[in-house]
Design a binder for this molecule. Structure first.
Ligand code: GLR
Ligand code: MG
Length: 437
């Protein structure tokens, strides 16, 4: 497209399509329980007057869907390059007080749930969709709109989970061929398959599932099987300060970092003061408001950004700049997600100079997607797309199929609830009190 053709385009948003979907998810274990067989995501399509469609994706639980329509309506009639105004106006959209919590709640595994963060989690998908549309209109990749990439490929880590081979009997679910991993040998076997299939060279184990001694043994087994490779352990705040310090001492020689060993900034600061092992978080620093206390107290050494809850790609760059200023590392967190989010993560990660740790991604666990072509991991990296926009294409049939599943659900799966999923296997299971150990 010539410059004059793009300049004459009408970038006004005329329609925002919001499509909730349910996506197959394996029985991955965490400290709360186990993943449900299907997880909710929201697919966003922003359509311009000229018929360009931009794609975005975010969390699809009810609390986000409630905000999606009013926030999307604020975009209508404005251009896709008019994003700052959208963000500035967003706080006029009311958030149900029952959804809001200032606690770093282990239940959601997503940190505080302030009104601002809930709005930002939706705005992030609108921002990405607008950038995708703008990039398509200008013939430029999203990373160029963010100032340009500083690397051609973004490194991801193998995200290892303790898991069952299948969801409990009697539950409708998709099957996969990964098999169970409930002990050190199973974890090492899973890691081997990750390296064979995707070439990952660093490993993160989701912990907080078994008593710490068993998880220490699993990390030791990984260190023996993959000597010198970066290893992380993330129990999602399931340990006391004392337990965290004990684990840090026992694994200090092999850990790249320990992720959210304990809950909340004061406890993280206590752990950080007692160990040389860097602490990472995607739980106690998930909003700009939480940065000051955490950095002042030296509670965290690496912030794992999730562009969804930080409010998108530009806010992720702002976060990275703040981290750089304070000498704190930055990398990327993930929750169950599809290819639109992986593309968005890859674009922004490619623009962050101080990204020194492989990013997290659940994507290898997702057998389903809404794209015509899945993104591929090669040598543990995703190549940064250079095609216009995000460089991905929506498969409308797949979108319709996954949306149909959401429509057919009676509501049981429309909100993530790992404890409820665990109760199907163990009716006595309740949301664990923290610290568990
Ligand atoms: O790093 C993390 O804390 C996560 O990836 C949070 C996720 O919710 C993870 O615990 C999961 O998928 O069960
Ligand atoms: Mg984490």
């Amino acid at each position: 497209m010539t410059a004059s053709a793009s300049a004459s385009r009408d970038l006004t948003v005329t329609e925002v399509r919001l499509t909730p979907v349910l996506v197959a998810d394996p029985p991955l274990l965490n400290t709360q329980g186990v993943h449900q067989p299907y997880t909710p995501r929201l697919i966003v399509e922003v359509v311009t007057a000229d018929g360009i469609t931009g794609l975005g994706e975010t969390y699809g639980d009810t609390k986000y869907l409630e905000l999606a329509r009013p926030l999307a309506d604020r975009l209508l009639g404005h251009r896709v390059d008019d994003l700052n105004r959208l963000f500035a106006e967003a706080d006029q959209v009311a958030v149900d007080a029952a959804r809001v919590s200032g606690q770093v709640d282990v239940g959601g595994l997503r940190g505080v749930q302030t009104a601002d963060k809930l709005r930002l989690s939706v705005l992030s998908a609108l921002e990405v969709a607008c950038l995708d549309a703008l990039g398509k209109s200008l013939g430029l990749p999203v990373h160029a709109l963010l100032g340009g990439k500083v690397r051609d490929a973004v490194e991801y880590s193998a995200y290892l989970f303790y898991r069952w081979a299948e969801h409990p009997e009697g539950v409708t679910a998709e099957k996969d061929d990964w098999g169970a991993a409930v002990d050190p040998a199973g974890v090492v076997e899973q890691a081997r398959r990750f390296t064979e299939r995707y070439g990952f060279t660093s490993f993160k184990l989701k912990g907080g599932v078994f008593p710490p001694e068993e998880e220490i043994a699993a990390v030791r087994a990984l260190a023996a099987a993959f000597p010198g490779h970066p290893l992380r352990l993330d129990p999602n705040g399931a340990w006391s300060v004392e337990t965290s310090l004990k684990v840090a001492k026992e694994l200090g020689d092999v850990l790249e970092y320990l992720e959210d060993p304990t809950l909340g900034t004061p406890a993280m600061a206590e752990v950080a003061a007692g160990t040389e092992v860097p602490l990472a978080t995607n739980m106690c620093v998930t909003t700009f408001a939480e940065i000051k206390e955490a950095f002042t107290r030296d509670a965290v050494q690496v912030v794992l950004s999730d562009h969804h809850y930080w409010g998108g790609l530009r806010n992720t760059q702002h976060l990275a700049a703040i981290c750089r200023t304070f000498g704190v590392g930055v990398s990327m967190h993930s929750n169950t997600h599809l290819g639109i989010s992986l593309a968005a993560m890859t674009h922004v990660a490619s623009t962050v100079p101080n990204l020194h740790h492989a990013c997290d991604s659940h994507y290898p666990w997702q057998s389903e997607d809404v794209l015509t072509e899945r993104l591929a991991f090669e040598d543990g990296t995703v190549r940064v797309p250079d095609a216009p926009g995000l460089g991905v294409e929506l498969d409308r049939d797949r979108l319709a199929f996954l949306h149909r599943r959401w429509l057919d659900d009676d509501g049981a799966l429309r909100d993530r609830d790992d404890a409820a999923a665990m109760r199907i296997a163990d009716p006595s299971w309740t949301q664990p009190a923290v610290p568990r150990w």
